[in-house]
Design a protein. Structure first.
Length: 211
């Protein structure tokens, strides 16, 4: 199934490349996408053809920027500024290198079933002082996770939240199979285990486990 999904995304990327030949704006967007993707690497993996093909299969970047990302670990709370790339089916978070022009992927979050919530919603991580912030809640390998994302301005916050909320608004029963499966490389603490199909009531209940 994963191989089939990669092939589908590669076909979509190829179709976008073909359209770019007649659309200067699309061509510029694709060139910027390739430039960003050439700098992306998976942690602890060789920069080979297979990994580059996987990254290329993400498709065209819809929105990019530098956001501060905060997450809970087993020992406390951690955070960092990350290169944030929004694709059609996933959100990619990557850290930069001080010496090399590369972005090391820390998480690839499938957008199927994500939730955008307020940072002071009374569950999990809480933030009452940082402006332009929101909480992203998502599933990976039947575990529930959350991160707090912070922008630099109200305009930037509005843009990111509106883009992510479009996927939040999609009902889970409308999509039978996720187009992208999440992967996490951060030392992040799970909120709980998800049993069966993730539904809204269960989502809320599980996000309260351990809090």
């Amino acid at each position: 199934m994963e191989i089939e999904n990669v092939l589908i995304r590669l076909r979509e990327a190829t179709a976008e490349m073909n359209r770019a030949t007649d659309d200067p704006r699309m061509k510029t967007t694709m060139e910027q996408t390739w430039l960003l993707q050439d700098r992306l690497v998976f942690p602890n993996q060789k920069l080979d053809a297979a990994s580059k093909t996987t990254i290329r299969s993400f498709g065209q970047v819809r929105l990019c920027g530098a956001l501060h990302v905060c997450w809970q670990t087993k020992d406390g709370v951690d955070g960092a500024y990350m290169v944030t790339l929004l694709y059609k089916d996933c959100l990619c978070l990557a850290t930069t290198s001080r010496t090399d022009p590369i972005y090391t992927i820390q998480a690839c979050v499938g957008l199927h079933g994500i939730k955008v919530e307020e940072v002071d919603n009374g569950r999990g991580l809480q933030c009452h002082t940082a402006p332009f912030s929101w909480k992203l809640v998502f599933e990976c390998d039947h575990q529930l996770y959350e991160v707090i994302m912070t922008a630099c301005s109200p305009k930037e916050e509005t843009e990111w939240r509106s883009r992510l909320t479009r996927h939040d608004a999609v009902e889970l029963h409308e999509v039978s199979e996720p187009a992208f499966y999440s992967s996490i490389y951060l030392d992040i603490k799970s909120l709980g285990t998800i049993f069966g199909k993730l539904g809204e009531d269960e989502f809320i209940r599980l996000s309260q486990i351990g809090h």
